[in-house]
Ligand binder design. Structure first.
Ligand code: NDP
Length: 265
């Protein structure tokens, strides 16, 4: 039951209707006996700073999950960032500290690779194609490089963003071969890290007909559960990995981050 002692968590997104985090996280909070509730808030980009600053003023505001389109705007609004959030310049979770300051971290990348590992896929040594260079894709790229993939090809609509991401990755992971290219041929794993597929009629993030036989096709999009990309991959006889694994892979860490005071890295 929600009482005056319940701590409030929010998820900030625009649009909000498609997010699945409240129906996944609230039952977990209840099952684990945590007196907190996660509430959806639809906040447009122009209201983001005021919304976050306003929330930080509330003493029982515990933290926020950040999603589309706010992840890359939130780092500048936090008082402190984890190393991985600073490196990717992207935040998907914010904790309010006791003094009202905001600490941002990025669990998406770790969630994505754990989601893979939970299904038995090994990433070390693989050649990976990643569409996107936004918040989710940047987090995934850093986590993949940290797992020792052999090569990572990045394709993004705004080429300059892909180039900047590759520059940051190369500085941190000199042993991984990073390339900017749009062709997904010649990879073991191909990932959609863009928001293409959320809306009916969206273009495909890359051409599935170019994929090698045996390529594993992965999504970040959770709703719809089967995107046009996953449908096209299945039609070609390829194995697919749906977006829900990325959230499932980070749930435990997300819960701990939002509801406990932790040492900050
Ligand atoms: P961002 O806004 O940070 O990035 C969006 C990305 O999509 C950019 O690479 C952008 O390219 C690309 N993009 C958007 N529209 C188009 C288009 N019309 N044509 C080509 N490329 C396009 O968003 P996030 O990274 O935060 O989120 C991306 C997706 O990941 C969302 O769908 C979100 O729901 C999902 N997600 C899923 C999670 C899970 O647990 N399963 C967790 C986190 C996110 P450009 O740079 O050129 O604008």
């Amino acid at each position: 039951m929600i009482t005056g002692q319940t701590r409030t968590l929010v998820i900030l997104a625009d649009p909000i209707a498609h997010v699945r985090t409240p129906q996944v996280l609230n039952p977990r909070l209840e099952a684990e006996g945590v007196d907190a509730v996660l509430v959806p808030l639809e906040v447009p980009p122009e209201a983001l700073e005021a919304a976050l600053r306003g929330l930080a003023g509330a003493r029982n505001f515990a933290g926020a999950v950040i999603t589309l389109p706010h992840k890359t705007a939130v780092p500048a609004l936090c008082d402190a960032l984890s190393d991985r959030a600073a490196a990717a310049q992207s935040v998907n979770v914010v904790r309010r500290r006791r003094d009202g300051s905001l600490y941002g971290d990025l669990l998406d990348g770790e969630g994505f690779v754990r989601g893979f590992e939970q299904t038995g896929v090994t990433l070390c040594g693989k050649r990976v194609f990643l569409a996107g260079a936004g918040g989710a894709a940047s987090a995934i790229a850093f986590a993949l490089a940290g797992r020792g993939v052999a090569a990572l090809t990045i394709a993004n609509r705004s080429a300059a963003k892909a180039g900047a991401l590759i520059a940051r990755l190369s500085a941190r992971f000199p042993d991984v071969a990073f390339t900017a290219a749009a062709d997904p041929a010649g990879h073991d794993i191909a990932i959609n890290g863009t928001s293409l597929g959320l809306r009916p009629g969206d273009a495909l993030p890359f051409d599935p007909d170019r994929l090698d036989p045996g390529t594993l096709v992965a999504e970040v999009i959770m709703q719809p559960a089967t995107t046009a990309l996953l449908r096209a991959a299945t039609a070609r006889g390829l194995t697919t990995h749906p977006g829900r694994h990325m959230l499932e892979g980070q749930l435990t860490e997300l819960l701990r981050f939002l509801t406990h005071e932790e040492d900050e890295k």
